[in-house]
Design a protein around this ligand. Sequence first.
Ligand code: ATP
Ligand code: MG
Length: 260
Amino acid sequence: MKALEVKNLTVKIAGKVIIENVSFDVVEGEILGIVGPNGGGKTSLIRAILGFLDYTGEVRIFGFTPSEAKKKGLTGYLPQKSLYDPDFPVKVRDLVAFGMMKSWFGKLPSNWKEKVRSYLSMVNMEKWENYPFGKLSGGQQQRVSIARVLAGEPKIVFLDEPNTGIDVVAQEDFYQLLMKINKELGVTIVMVSHDIGVISSYIHKTACLNRVLHYHGEPVCITDPELLRRVYGSGADMILIHDENCENCGSVNVKGEERK
Ligand SMILES: Nc1ncnc2c1ncn2[C@@H]1O[C@H](COP(=O)(O)OP(=O)(O)OP(=O)(O)O)[C@@H](O)[C@H]1O
Ligand SMILES: [Mg+2]
């Protein structure tokens, strides 16, 4: 089953083409990592897919249009910039509960406290349920925000740079969490990241976007200097997109472990 189909998607903002003729599919259960330079259109692509930006072309989410998919609660979205004012006094528990409501006037299920606890425990934040959200660290806020997205029980989630603010040690945990969400809850994940080397070992497919889609497929080693230059411009020689078994990457894999 296709979770997402994007066909000939073009987005123009103020007369400027931001995304041009992009087509790709995401199969249900897949994790897609979107990479590309700053200003390449990654956030705009997600916002167009979710129906927040005008576009031409076609988008189908489990066969539905963006607005139908949203109404059915199929999609979850973690934006690049937090939606919350850090000074707004909201408890962690209430913020996650908010994720369960389909609308401002929606009702919470009677077992909402248990449900909130289960989503918070999934992201290892259950001890913080009564804590003010604004007083958490950036990485903790990010985890709670993911719990809020999960509380909506989406079938596909769009995470825009979800690892921002998470320290190097916690990154590995964070990717394990994404894999758990993918495997245990069966959620399809579309994730934007700048961490191209690292994410390659956790994702099923990569999309390289810089206005046009330069590559979509297995997270293979892209050593072709031409392709890298097309995606990232000059300075691209610093970048390699590789998987764990890449033969071009020497004797250690992307995690720095010795190859067998
Ligand atoms: N509301 C807007 N008005 C005008 N231009 C915009 C608007 N939103 C995005 N753009 C432009 O569209 C282009 C793509 O922006 P976008 O935020 O999608 O890039 P990105 O790949 O997510 O970048 P980053 O890695 O920095 O997050 C940029 O040139 C940006 O200036
Ligand atoms: Mg962005």
